[in-house]
Design a protein around this ligand. Sequence first.
Ligand SMILES: [Zn+2]
Length: 174
Amino acid sequence: MLLSLETRPSTRHGLGVYATAPIRRHALVIEYAGEVITHAEAERRYPTSGAAELPEHTYVLQLDDDRVVDANVHGNDARFINHACDPNLEPITIGDQVWLVALRAIAAGEELGYDYAIELDERHTPVLKRRFPCRCGGATCRGTLLRPKRAPVSAESRAVRRAIAQQLAALSND
Ligand SMILES: [Zn+2]
């Protein structure tokens, strides 16, 4: 599936990815492509402990409890999609791939964004939150890329997961 997307400088941060045509709710927008590696391998490649800041150009997304997708290797433009505290996309794992799925209808010209929702093992202290600042500029911006601990799953997020599960079930019944 190829939807109309454009990568260009963002008003939020660095490069961003924009819809150039309307996208329907629950559409599979783009695969977060890259090399599938273990968490241990990701930590070896991009050590976080002791780092002064989040490395600026490290593109890694969680696939499941054991694995991540490293978009620094064979990645596509999905790696340029910015974080948003009020996201219009959500990463959904489908087999050995992660897809960014539309949480709602997206208009032409809108910048795409998903909640990076970074969770560290340690406590999310104010100092740590400032090391992962958010620049999304949304009305509901929480000021950090870190996910609040024990944050509830949103109704939108539950709906998109149900919709994808139903689409996959329909495919496997063909
Ligand atoms: Zn924000």
